[in-house]
Design a protein around this ligand. Sequence first.
Ligand code: DAH
Length: 340
Amino acid sequence: MNAIETKIRAALSEAEGKLAAAVDAAAVEQVRIELLGRNGLFPALSREMGSIPAEERRATGALFNTGRTQIEAWMEAAKERLNAGAAKQAAAALDVTLPGRRTGCGHKHPVSIITDECVAIFRRMGFIVAEGPEIETVYYNFDALNAPEDHPSRDPQDTFYFGDGRILRSQTSPVQVRVMESHQPPVRIVAPGRVFRRDTPDATHGMNFHQIEGLSIDKGVSMADLKSVLQRFATEMFGEKVKIRLRPHFFPFTEPSVEYDFSCVMCGGAGCPVCKHSGWIEIAGAGMVDPNVLKNVGYDPEIYSGYAFGMGLERLAMLRYRIGDLRYLYENDVRFLEQF
Ligand code: DAH
């Protein structure tokens, strides 16, 4: 055996071992570079071939060729083995007996649930739903609602002004004006919607909350109608036992004006921290629509009268679901929201 044949045999036995043990494609490639690559062993031996005696050249050449083919075959086998292993691993990673992953299912926000309930209750009493823009004008939000020039609610500390006569509405009351401007009596609407105030957020205040406004205008509408509608609403919302009471108050757009309370839905009126031991919970404002507001929309206050009311929807949601802090409603923590 000449020197070249010795080298080929040594290389073959080493390559067989390395390829059988290869754990990745890089190891296989390394063997190819060392033996068959341009600077590898086989091309080098091929250049040495001329140095051996002519009578040996044939046998050495044959060994050279079969050796190279053999290495290629082992490389192929090693690659196949590695591929099969990877496929097997991938198959093992998919366990079809595991239970499926549940995807969370969205549902209504508590304020939306309460809004829908309010609307449903008032629809049963003959109200229809009206809407108005969230970006309002000073005229609709204040002037047409008879708010005096120096009314505190106009203060830029309380209302967001754009500086061009437009504001973010601070109440849903302007919807009353828009509806009356475009419709002749009888009018019977509720207007749920988003309102904005420059409040510092705390447990009971937000810069952005929701109200529902009510308005009923016709011939001969009285305070007794208002009271019965509010009592019906209280009963449907919080149950048979809830009573209401009206207290004198002031709003620019109603005369007389009242605030109305529900007997405490937590303690039933006995007194608890939620009602500050008074037995009553303030719900919102209402009153008989001021003749000035009716005149502003072209209604004759000698012929028509009506009542209006407005209440905060977050407040109702908090009472219904016993939520102690308004901010929970807007943090969007799924652990909180999931409960409704
Ligand atoms: N707009 C009032 C507010 O935001 C609530 C209100 C009071 C609405 C009396 C009315 C009403 O329609 O008659 O505080």
